[in-house]
Design a protein around this ligand. Structure first.
Ligand code: ADP
Length: 597
């Protein structure tokens, strides 16, 4: 029963992949298939022509008429040329189809990952799946395409040559199939074992890739040099490889032994069948041409059956790997999207009502009974020690997660009722770990508002507000400079300069809420204060929320929240909080005293 389910799944998977293959480049793939069917037909035709050539050659030798033999010879030459042409065409179509398919799969995977909720990425299994998908899917899909094409070609050849053989003996085809069964079985079981080995190694392979990438990144090289960590990591990578090599020697030896045994059995049986064909041909007084045709047909049959079984076992192995891609494509985002459109001008207030939240696969609450109200036209700051839950608060506000208990309301309506896309359109955010795109300055800023990515005036304005304009002017190609030294003509920025680029990106958006998580931690106090003041002006009449460890800028915000171990413990203006003598007062004094020293 399990085996039947297994085979059923295999067939369903192959059909799903065929759909993907056809969608990636329908015309080229159709041409490829037609080309290979024709290849199969011409190959079988060639077998017939040989019979006529040999018979007419024998006749010519006896009666001195050579004309007919030349015609058949010409036919064979034409056939071989056609086979060569179709082979070349097939390779050409296959290469183009492969590239199109790689591109299509890449697009599908990026799109799917973009659709999935953050909660998927809190489970390490998704990274193993992604590793399997990114390292294997493209090649495996291509291999499936090649195997399907081969199947078609060899099936066509097989039908043709079986028809030839049937004129001598119908049972030969059955005998040939039977002797191929052991090798087919061994190939399938080896493919399954290899996949199982691969699955146990995925995490290690991911680690190898990650550590190797880490050692090759420009920004890491300085630290790796100073600590000598590169050699330590190199050892780790090579330990993983060596462990795999030792395992492989054991596995591959046993595979080799099994395959050699089945090869031997197959050769003996195949020679037996050839002797049988010879015997039947002599018994039935067949011509030399017939005999040549049968032997050639037999070789072709054996080759076709071998190739068909090879293709099936290869399809089976590819299918095991491709299941990861199909599983990924089947994954659905868990957050239910709302229908209400949230417009930039709509925002009046945001409320957290008794919100409790714990991360997936974690057993403690990070936010505990958080209740807070934010109003349009005001600026807020959220302060607290590391790990107190500030970033998590933002993630909930951005609806990257839903709380387990309590509600988040926007204008009195549950955040879940708004369409996520319209919500994101209205929010600008600078994350602590913002992305450093290996693109031009223009693009790095413009990505903040894709509809206006070509609006140079807006990009310049954003750079002016963040103060990035000052250093951009001194870059070799100003706004056209590619960032990051790893790329040709790329320029490296300091941490603070990168932060101003990230801030400019958020400014590019026409938003009603601006959220900044430690946006200026790498800037000097003067630059930080200048930027925050300019942003306050820009967000006048809208809403901004700043997470910061620097208390020197608290004077510019309207209200401050203090978060401790997932709870909002204090709330008020800077002056009010200083008077309460609580956590805020302690943290403020600690920082102020440190400056005085
Ligand atoms: P803050 O921004 O105040 O430094 P965070 O909101 O980042 O704090 O983190 C609050 C707590 O949540 C920390 O204990 C952190 O370890 C935990 N945490 C953060 N992200 C995750 C996650 N994806 N899965 C599990 N726990 C997390």
């Amino acid at each position: 029963m399990r085996k039947i389910r297994h085979i059923r799944k295999f067939i369903i998977n192959i059909f799903s992949i065929i759909k993907i293959i056809l969608k990636s480049s329908p015309i080229i793939v159709t041409k490829l298939f037609i080309c290979n069917v024709l290849l199969g037909i011409v190959t079988s035709l060639n077998v017939y022509l040989w019979k006529y050539l040999v018979d007419s050659a024998t006749y010519s030798l006896e009666y001195g008429k050579v004309g007919e033999a030349f015609i058949w010879l010409g036919g064979i030459g034409g056939c071989i040329e056609t086979i060569n042409l179709f082979n070349r065409l097939s390779i050409y179509y296959r290469e183009i189809a492969q590239e199109s398919m790689n591109c299509y799969i890449n697009e599908m995977v990026i799109e799917k990952v973009n659709q999935l909720d953050m909660s998927y990425f809190d489970d390490s299994k998704i990274y193993d799946t992604l590793e399997k998908v990114s390292s294997e899917s493209g090649a495996r899909c291509v291999s499936i395409l090649v195997m399907l094409v081969m199947l078609l070609q060899y099936f066509t050849t097989l039908i043709g040559v079986t028809a030839v053989m049937a004129s001598l003996s119908g049972s030969i085809a059955i005998m040939l199939c039977l002797i191929m069964v052991p090798i087919f079985y061994v190939s399938i079981s080896i493919a399954y074992k290899q996949y199982k080995i691969y699955v146990t190694r995925v995490q290690n392979l991911r680690m190898v890739d990650y550590l190797t990438d880490l050692c090759l990144k420009y920004e890491n090289i300085k630290e790796l040099k100073i600590y000598g960590a590169a050699l330590y990591l190199k050892q780790k990578v090579s330990d993983i490889y060596k462990k795999h090599i030792i395992e492989d020697k054991k596995y591959k030896k046993s595979f080799l032994f099994k395959l050699t045994k089945t090869d031997l059995v197959q050769s003996i049986c195949s020679t037996g069948i050839k002797i049988f064909v010879l015997y039947r041909a002599i018994l039935e007084k067949k011509s030399i041409g017939d005999f040549t045709m049968y032997i050639s047909a037999l070789d072709n049959m054996e080759n076709s059956i071998n190739s068909i079984l090879d293709a099936i076992s290869s399809l089976y192995s590819d299918n095991l790997y491709i299941e990861n891609l199909l599983d990924l494509l089947k994954m659905e985002g868990g957050l239910k999207d709302g229908k209400k459109d949230f417009s930039v001008v709509d925002l009046k207030k945001i409320e957290f009502e008794n919100v409790w939240f714990q991360y997936p696969h974690s057993d403690s609450f990070v936010l505990k009974n958080v209740s807070i109200k934010l109003e349009r036209g005001k600026s807020y700051a959220l302060v607290g020690l590391n790990g107190s839950g500030k970033t998590t608060f933002i993630k909930l506000l951005l609806r990257l997660y839903d709380p387990q208990r309590g509600k988040i309301l926007i204008n009195g309506i549950d955040i879940k009722e708004y369409s996520i896309e319209s919500l994101y359109r209205s929010i600008g955010v600078v994350f602590q770990d913002f992305i450093k795109y290996p693109l031009t300055v223009n693009e790095n800023i413009g990505i903040g508002n894709l509809k206006r990515i070509d609006d140079f005036e807006k990009i310049q304005f954003a750079a002016y507000i963040s103060g990035a304009n000052k250093f951009i002017q001194s870059l070799p190609n100003e706004y056209q400079t590619i960032l990051e030294k790893e790329w040709e003509e790329g320029s490296e920025l300091s941490g603070g300069q990168w932060q101003t680029i990230a801030i400019s990106r958020a400014i590019m958006r026409d938003v009603s809420i601006l959220i900044m998580d430690e946006p200026s931690s790498a800037l000097d106090p003067q630059a930080e204060s200048d930027i925050l003041k300019k942003m306050q002006e820009m967000m006048d009449g809208k809403m901004s929320l700043l997470i910061t460890h620097r208390f020197s800028n608290m004077g510019i915000v309207d209200k401050i929240f203090v978060m401790q171990e997932g709870e909002i413990t204090e709330f008020g203006t800077h002056e009010e909080l200083m008077r309460t003598n609580g956590k805020y007062y302690t943290l403020y004094k600690l920082q102020a005293d440190a400056y005085k020293r």
